[in-house]
Design a protein around this ligand. Sequence first.
Ligand SMILES: [Zn+2]
Length: 140
Amino acid sequence: MLPFPNFEQVIDTKILSAGYRYYAYQHIIEITLKDIGEWVAKVKGSQIYDVEIKLGNGYVEYFKCDCADGSLGEVCKHVVAVLYHIRESQMQTREDFAAFNTEVQTMLKDIPKEDMEAFMVSFASQNKNFREKLMAEFGE
Ligand SMILES: [Zn+2]
């Protein structure tokens, strides 16, 4: 089994560096926390691959990718890219996620509506990914 967060220990260095490049050059086009410790992602390679990862008890309990290597049950660069993303996002555990939720909710309560609107408009105008998500969620 792969340890997490220190997955580098057991993964081939070539796969690690390829996966890191995918992470760093933003090949992860979508990533969703499906449940505590469970992620689904879309990673862009020669085509778009679906990656699933489940973390628990200091290990990667489950991983899946539909590329050629992933279909053989091997750790591929797409899985590695997602592991780097998860580790960098620092929300690996139920406690991390709960703490983040509480912090954001507390913060949001105190922000005047106009300030939030101004921030959303300004941020959305600079960030295509956020703009698309915002329109998909709330647009008509
Ligand atoms: Zn793969």
